[in-house]
Design a protein. Structure first.
Lengths: 88, 574
């Protein structure tokens, strides 16, 4: 299992579009993927749950990945954060 | 007359007869399903899912055509909601576990999530539940074989009144003859509101019970600016709004009539008004404005969302298309202002997680580290010179050595192309974006090396004032009227002109009718404006006296704070 602390980069937080991008990326991997904010953890492969996290711009979240391809999954999702969910 | 106050979601006035779209509160009843038929019930639910996917495909195609890629991403998010375990897993589980009909299982599952949304304190995120309802309603409609009454059935111009309007309804509004709409629910940041703004349809939302108070056929006035709905207006109110609406239309027509007219001030000083272009998709709209060319063609779009850098051929084709369409007017192509995070995405070595990407490896800094990428883009731009007037502009320049390096590379690219038998003019103009304060202060040192300068106000303000505009704690300090910013631009214009070079301004300041008088007074030769604001800025320029503005600027550069500058402008009635 790998864990990493990240900051929400999209300007309006994790609304439908960025949450959708996250899920699309997460679903490429077999590992289980979770995102948590303020100790509240949700399934990273569910767009509804991600939106319910109500993670606003700048919110601190923890990404937890666990499974056979966890390193690749973590790298891919981290990249999504780094490139600001392609918002430019 | 009844006036109801709501939230203005999309500006404009509409006057007409109401059409009340009755709330499709679909009644779902709980039916017990015998055990042996439960699998069939799940299959029925799956069929509805499939049908809904087809709906979304159709909606996506329509949004793509009407509003472009960005909005189409919303439909993709809806597709993911439809694939969410909440739908695919929870609903069949409820059907099987509770032995109930699919409709009931679905509405229970939706309600459970709705309650979680209700608990969110943040209004913006609470509003996101409408995306879920949108998908849920489509599913229910398929299950109930209930054809949603389409807005396309409305055959006369009217003001639409309903309890709620789903984003998928909103995209049908343009085709139907809707003058405006008002809803009980919704907030300013809901997708419905955003779509209404894009479609330029007046809208008022959050009216709580308007759908019960208005009857189809009632005379209604919608004031999208003030967020008002006026039911059965008095003759007096009607006359007032008809006048306001006529003024609105008149203003639009007046703007339209400015197309093709030169951007000259009342005292005959001519300015070049150009347009900013983000992607060639916008060319049709840009050409309709009859501008003096493109002052900033952002090429970043070519580098987005792809596993490798765009090949020369693809770039050359893209640039040539824009240049040819704009000819004989000039096109200033800015080499890509991409950041380090893009590199790794394109399979190249790049910095990981820069803590401050705005001050990191981006623009010319990145390209001078990846000369192959840079040369490819320069070659592609040079090849477009055959189609019209092309100028090259480099972003994020902070030192003279950078321009010299770019010039060397440009000469190399020219020599290569010539050796390959491609004719390239030797006098292609090369300029820089002035967006880093060091370049603005040291402009005299840049003059011998550049053919022109373009002030990028957004970054120049952010770097001069050290303010991150999206940081709510300091965003109030972001101030285009700050005298320090004004002095920098003043220095750029004065020094460049002394050296015989021309100056353009791009960035949001050119699209702000309040700031434009200052840019006119500063004597910038060219303004590059966002297409949406182009005609309004032209109107502003044509109403100004350059001599008066120049005197105002001479005073403004001696001011010690922006409030003084604003006061000076107010004194001039600006």
């Amino acid at each position: 299992m790998i864990k990493k602390a990240l900051t929400i980069t999209p300007k309006l937080g994790m609304h439908a579009r960025p949450a959708g991008l996250f899920v699309r990326e997460a679903c490429r991997f077999r590992s289980e993927i979770f995102l948590s904010k303020d100790g509240n953890e949700v399934n990273g492969k569910s767009v509804m749950q991600l939106m319910l996290l109500a993670a606003e711009h700048g919110a601190k979240v923890v990404l937890r990945v666990s499974g056979p391809d966890e390193a690749d999954a973590m790298a891919a999702l981290e990249k999504l954060f780094a490139r600001k969910f392609d918002e430019e | 007359m009844i006036i109801i106050k709501g939230i203005g979601a999309s500006p404009g006035i509409s006057i007409g007869k109401a059409y009340v779209l009755e709330d499709e509160e679909i009644v779902v009843t709980r039916t017990e399903i015998p055990r042996e038929r439960l699998r069939t019930e799940v299959a029925r639910f799956k069929a509805a899912q499939k049908a809904t996917h087809r709906d979304l495909d159709a909606a996506e195609a329509r949004v793509l055509k009407l509003l472009g890629k960005k909005h189409a991403k919303l439909i993709d998010a809806h597709r993911l909601i439809l694939r969410d375990t909440l739908i695919t897993h929870d609903v069949p589980k409820r059907i099987m576990g509770e032995g109930v009909n699919a409709e009931f299982a679905l509405s229970e599952a939706l309600e459970a999530v709705n309650q979680q949304f209700e608990k969110l304190e943040d209004e913006f995120f609470r509003e996101r539940r409408h995306d879920l309802f949108d998908v849920g309603k489509r599913l229910l409609a398929h299950l109930l074989k209930h054809t949603r009454r389409s807005l396309a059935d409305i055959d006369h111009p009217c003001i639409l009144i309903s309890r709620n309007l789903l984003p998928s309804d909103t995209i049908n509004l343009q085709e139907s003859r809707i003058l405006g709409f008002a809803t009980d629910l919704g907030g300013k940041t809901s997708h419905t509101a955003i779509l209404a703004q894009s479609l330029e349809i007046p809208a008022v939302v959050g009216l709580s019970d308007v759908s019960r108070r208005v009857k189809t056929g009632d005379a209604v006035i919608l004031d999208g600016e003030q967020g008002l709905v006026i039911i059965s207006p008095t003759a007096e109110a009607l006359a007032k709004y008809e006048k306001a609406q006529a003024a609105e239309h008149e203003a639009e027509r007046a703007l339209e009539s400015l197309k093709g007219l030169p951007a000259v001030t009342l005292d005959d000083k001519r300015f070049r008004l150009q347009v900013n272009l983000d992607t060639p998709e916008e060319m049709k709209a840009v050409l309709a404005l009859q501008s003096d060319g493109i002052g900033l063609f952002r090429t970043e779009y070519l580098f987005m969302n792809r596993p490798a850098a765009p090949p020369e051929e693809e770039q050359a084709k893209a640039y040539a298309g824009v240049v040819k369409a704009m000819s004989p007017h000039s096109v200033v192509i800015r080499t890509a202002d991409i950041g380090g995070d893009r590199l790794t995405q394109m399979g190249l070595e790049g910095p990981k997680n820069e803590t401050n990407p705005f001050m990191g490896l981006r623009g010319v800094r990145l390209f001078l580290r990846h000369l192959d990428l840079f040369k490819t883009q320069l070659r592609a731009i040079l090849r477009a010179t055959a189609k019209g007037d092309v100028k090259i502009m480099v972003p994020m320049v902070s030192a003279v050595a950078e321009v010299q390096a770019v010039r060397r590379l440009l000469n190399q690219a020219m020599a290569e192309l010539e050796a390959e038998g491609v004719a390239v003019p030797r006098n292609v103009e090369l300029g820089i974006m002035v967006e880093i304060p060091s370049a603005a202060v040291l402009l005299d040192a840049f003059v011998p090396h550049c053919d022109f300068f373009s002030v990028g106000t957004n970054d120049l303000i952010q770097y001069t004032l050290a303010v991150d505009r999206v940081n709510e704690h300091v965003s109030h300090l972001y101030d285009p009227f700050h005298p320090a910013v004004l002095r920098l631009i003043h220095n750029v214009v004065t020094v460049a002109h002394r050296g015989g070079k021309w100056v353009s301004v791009c960035g949001e300041m050119t699209s702000d009718p309040h700031a434009v008088p200052l840019l006119v007074g500063l004597g910038c030769d060219c303004l590059s404006i966002s297409p949406r604001m182009f005609l309004r800025v032209k109107e502003t320029v044509r109403g100004l006296r350059h001599s008066v503005m120049a005197r105002l600027v001479a005073k403004a550069v001696t001011c010690s704070d922006s409030e003084e500058i604003r006061r000076l402008m107010r004194e001039q009635g600006l």
